[in-house]
Each structure stands twice: as structure tokens, then as C-alpha cells.
Design a protein. Structure first.
Length: 403
């Protein structure tokens, strides 16, 4: 992998904040915004390690510098030497946490999120583990520059469990002329692309698929779906690789329809259905727009899953996103059978839980249906939310009963 950035030197350049801008850092929030900075002691390159100080010269934290709204992402609130051992210790703590929550050496689940950015004290870094292969994704220049160091740390911490490390950051790093990024293996060769999740089989295409290859954050919610699926005719919209569809069929659904606007997604869904079902006659896939597909489907489905991509990635489009969620959910509520169950989600970070709940309430009013809340859903424990960084809570869901 090439890039013509200079090798990262671990030299803590000093950044001074404006008066009064230290309070969030003293509460261990890991972001320093550009408007909070008073001055920088030396000429900085993107990705440099910096120490942040208050206007009264109090040490606040150490992190990676990057041009933009978020200028520093802090990975330590204690002055320490940032070396290979430092990063290995960070990876080790993340791994131990996944052991504690029962995801390491789990006979029914061998895929999980190993590093979740700020929650693991590693802002700008995502690592998903797929049955021997770690897929690393950098969202900051600082993490990009130490990718080899991080790969070596993974090898030391995980030992023979780790067969390969794939680096996939072309689409997640900022576009800078002087930065050349390639998706490539940093270590090893995968032994398999198949995983188990709660006993269900999936083929993961981390090289060409969305994100790191699979939406691991819906694992617990897919398992919950299994408890409602038996004997029901189910519609799974925005299905991507068919996660909810596989769970539903394995749990005894009478029929499942999977819908996505992408042919590649439908191909992945079909592949995953065949991995689990020798007879797939009770499953059909459709390449279609979900809004259009829902038209004229009144009283067809007893359970509908709405798991769209993020309708809003920035606050300035929040209103449009709310209108989109409202329209989508109202149409599903109009069409679903009486006594049907709706699993509905938002992965838009700027749509908080209260706003999402109010949006679904508005959709129910618009649809003219009586609706009861069965479950309030979120992301699983390997996508933990740092108490000091509530922005890490992005996935919201409701399971509702529609009379």
C-alpha cells in the first residue's frame, strides 16, 4: 500500500484552546472542534499526534490532528508515550471487552465488531472480525498512517485466531491530493468468507460489499425477529445481503420476500438464502424501489422490516429525512395485515431516539392505524456507546404491533 505522506513521527505538538473551551474535554468527550482552537505551536501535518492544553496551560488530552470541523480526535486523556505498545494495549482492551460480552470463541457466532471508534478509545477506527479475517477501516488520517502498526497489534493480541487483515478505507478517508489510499491485505490470506451469526450462515464480501461487508449492528435485532417469524408471510425491505430474510426463514416463516434496489444486493441475498435453505421455494427476491413496491400490497404481509440506509447524514437535511421516514412507515402501516408486526429502523446519527419515536407516531396517525410499541431497539454491545460520547448511538429501532 502506497501513500506519499511522510512516516508518522510520534511528536506531541502542542495545541492551545480558547478560554472556556476545555469543559467538554474535562468531561472526556474525545473531539476538539476547529473553533475551539486558539493557536498551534508548530506547523502541523494531517495525522500528527498532538497534545491539547487549556488556555491556562492544563493538559487535556492527546490525539490525532486533522483539518476539518473536528480538528483533533483524542485517544488518551493521560500523558503517555504513544508507541507500538500503546496501540497494542488499546487493541487488547477492545478484544478483552468482546470476550467479556461472550463474542470471542462463541460456537454460534464468529463475527463481531472488534473496534468501534470512540467507544474503544480509538476514534477514527473501525475493525470488524469475520471468522478469521479482520477488516480495518480508517476514518481519520492519523489511523491511516498507523495501519501497519495496528495490524501488528492485532496479530499479537489475537494470535492464531487471526488469519488475515484487510484494509478498506478508500471510501472513508477524506479526499486529499497528496494522499494515496488502496484497499489491500496488510497481512495473511483469508481461509473463508463464510461466518456464523447465532447459528445462521452468511457469505461476506468485504472486498466489494458495502461498509466492511456486513451490517453486524443488527445481530440482536435479527435474533429478536426470529421469535416472531414462524408461520408468517414476511417482507424484508432494503434487504442488502438478506440478513433478516435468512433469520426469518430459519425460524420457520411461511414465505419471505426480499426487496432491494441493487442487483448486487439481491445476488448476495440469494447466495445467503441458498447457504441456509436447500429448498428456497418459499423465498422470492425483487430488484425494486421499496416505496414503489409497497404500493397495492394491502393485507399481503404479516410482518414487515424497514431498514433503510441513512436518510440524513447531516443536520441540515434532518427535516427531509424525517419526512422520508414518516412516508415510508405510514405506507407500511397502511399495507400490513391487521395484527401485523413492523420492525422499523433508522441508522441516521442526527435522528435521535425521541425524534425517531415521534416520527413513527406521526406515521401511525397518518396511516390511521392503532399501534402499540412492543420493543425499543438499539445497537448491540460490541457497538457500545461511550458514556462521554453519546454521538456513538446511531441505530434506533421500534417493533410495533399494528391493529
Amino acid at each position: 500500500m502506497k501513500n506519499n505522506f511522510p512516516p508518522q513521527e510520534v511528536v506531541q505538538t502542542k495545541i492551545i484552546l480558547n478560554s472556556g473551551k476545555e469543559h467538554s474535554l474535562k468531561r472526556f468527550h474525545p473531539w476538539v472542534f476547529s473553533g475551539a482552537i486558539k493557536n498551534i505551536s508548530d506547523e502541523l501535518s494531517e495525522g500528527d499526534v498532538v497534545e491539547v492544553y487549556s488556555s491556562k496551560n492544563e493538559y487535556l488530552g492527546t490525539g490525532h490532528y486533522q483539518k476539518g470541523t473536528i480538528s483533533v480526535r483524542l485517544f488518551s486523556f493521560s500523558q503517555t508515550e504513544v508507541n507500538d505498545s500503546f496501540w497494542e494495549n488499546k487493541i487488547s482492551k477492545a478484544y478483552q471487552y468482546r470476550k467479556t460480552i461472550g463474542l470471542v470463541n462463541n460456537p454460534k457466532t464468529n463475527a463481531y465488531r472488534l473496534v468501534f471508534g470512540e467507544a474503544d478509545g480509538l476514534p477514527g477506527l473501525i475493525i470488524d472480525f469475520y471468522n478469521g479475517t479482520a477488516v480495518m477501516q480508517a476514518h481519520s488520517i492519523g489511523m491511516h498512517l498507523i495501519r501497519e502498526t495496528l495490524a501488528n497489534a492485532l496479530k499479537k493480541v489475537m494470535g492464531e485466531t487471526l488469519k488475515a487483515v484487510y484494509y478498506k478505507s478508500v471510501d472513508t478517508l477524506p479526499k486529499i491530493d497528496s494522499l494515496i489510499v488502496e484497499n489491500a491485505y496488510l497481512f495473511g490470506k483469508p481461509e473463508t468468507n463464510e461466518i456464523l451469526e447465532n447459528g445462521n450462515k452468511f457469505f461476506i464480501d468485504w472486498e466489494n460489499g458495502q461498509k466492511t461487508g456486513f451490517f453486524l449492528d443488527q445481530r440482536d435485532n435479527r435474533q429478536l425477529l426470529s421469535t416472531y417469524a414462524k408461520g408468517k408471510k414476511i417482507l424484508n425491505t432494503f434487504c442488502y445481503s438478506g440478513g433478516f430474510s435468512v433469520y426469518a426463514l430459519n425460524a420457520g416463516a411461511s414465505e419471505v420476500h426480499s426487496v432491494d434496489s441493487s442487483q448486487k444486493a439481491i445476488d448476495l441475498t440469494e447466495k445467503n438464502i441458498l447457504l441456509n435453505q436447500s429448498d428456497n421455494t418459499n423465498h422470492q427476491s425483487f430488484v425494486a424501489d421499496t416505496f414503489q413496491f409497497l404500493n397495492h400490497k394491502e393485507n399481503v404481509y404479516e410482518l414487515i422490516i424497514l431498514d433503510p440506509p441513512a436518510f440524513a447524514k447531516h443536520r441540515n437535511v434532518t427535516h427531509n429525512a424525517v419526512m422520508g421516514y414518516k412516508r415510508l412507515n405510514a405506507e407500511a402501516m397502511r399495507q400490513i395485515k391487521s395484527g401485523g408486526i413492523l420492525f422499523t429502523f433508522s441508522c441516521s446519527q442526527v435522528i435521535d431516539s425521541n425524534l425517531f419515536h415521534n416520527t413513527i407516531t406521526s406515521a401511525a396517525i397518518q396511516a390511521g392505524r392503532n399501534v402499540r410499541v412492543l420493543h425499543r431497539l438499539s445497537q448491540p454491545a460490541d457497538h457500545a456507546v461511550n458514556m462521554y460520547h453519546p454521538e456513538g448511538e446511531y441505530l434506533k429501532g421500534l417493533v410495533v404491533y399494528v391493529e
